[in-house]
Design a protein around this ligand. Structure first.
Ligand code: CU
Length: 219
């Protein structure tokens, strides 16, 4: 997966798709911005008031022109909307048999609950090459669970579960990423950052078991 200097690395195929969508939109927007500015400046100079041209032409409108410049933007917006919605559904509907990790927002930390009962604070670990589904909610106020490298965010709401899933490539094993809260949630919001570590599936299972034993020994 490629990366660029001005966006975070692309951790998943979803990140790749989101960036592609972003660049397509940026391209369309840049094209029309330049077109409009060039025409504006050209017309300003060409039709400015001059000695032989003191009074402007009284124009009452042009139905064909107005229909065209309404229809073209409308079609572009419909295209961008349809293109975006596809990815929203894709992000929220995981492929078969995902590993489910429960994500709970607290003032001001992230709690992660793993399938074997292990419970961590701000320490998120995921196995590479597996579909990992996050079941996200909040114990108090609204938080935002955000993985910048996956280009994906869901609000953590009290009393309601939101979801998204990721599948991280095996080449990213050992890498760590920050998982910040991206909804302002009170005085401790800036320090509400979890750490996500990508592990090999074997290491992940071993880690889950050992941590659970440590946790049980303590209680
Ligand atoms: Cu928060």
């Amino acid at each position: 997966m490629s990366s660029s200097s001005w966006l975070p690395v692309q951790l998943t195929s979803m990140a790749h798709n989101v960036d592609l969508l972003f660049y397509i939109m940026l391209g369309i927007i840049t094209f029309f911005f330049v077109l409009v500015e060039v025409l504006l400046i050209t017309f300003l100079i060409r039709y400015r008031r001059s000695a032989k041209n003191q009074v402007g032409v009284n124009v009452h409108g042009n139905n064909v022109l107005e229909t065209v410049w309404t229809l073209i933007p409308a079609l572009i917006l419909v295209f961008m909307g349809a293109y975006s919605v596809r990815y929203v559904y894709e992000a929220q509907n995981p492929p078969a048999k995902p590993l489910v990790i429960e994500v709970i927002g607290h003032e001001w930390f992230w709690e992660f609950k793993y399938p074997n009962g292990l419970d961590t604070h701000n320490d998120l670990r995921i196995p590479a090459g597996q579909n990992v589904l996050f079941d996200i909610h909040s114990a108090d106020v609204i938080h935002g669970f955000y993985i910048p490298e996956a280009r994906i965010q869901q609000d953590a709401l009290p009393g309601r579960i939101t979801q998204f899933w990721v599948n991280v490539d095996a080449k990213d094993v050992g890498k760590q990423f920050q998982v910040p809260c991206d909804q302002f949630c009170g005085a401790g919001h800036p320090i509400m950052v979890g750490q996500m570590t990508v592990m090999s599936p074997d290491d992940f299972n071993t880690w889950m078991q050992t941590e659970l034993q440590k946790q049980q020994a303590k209680s």
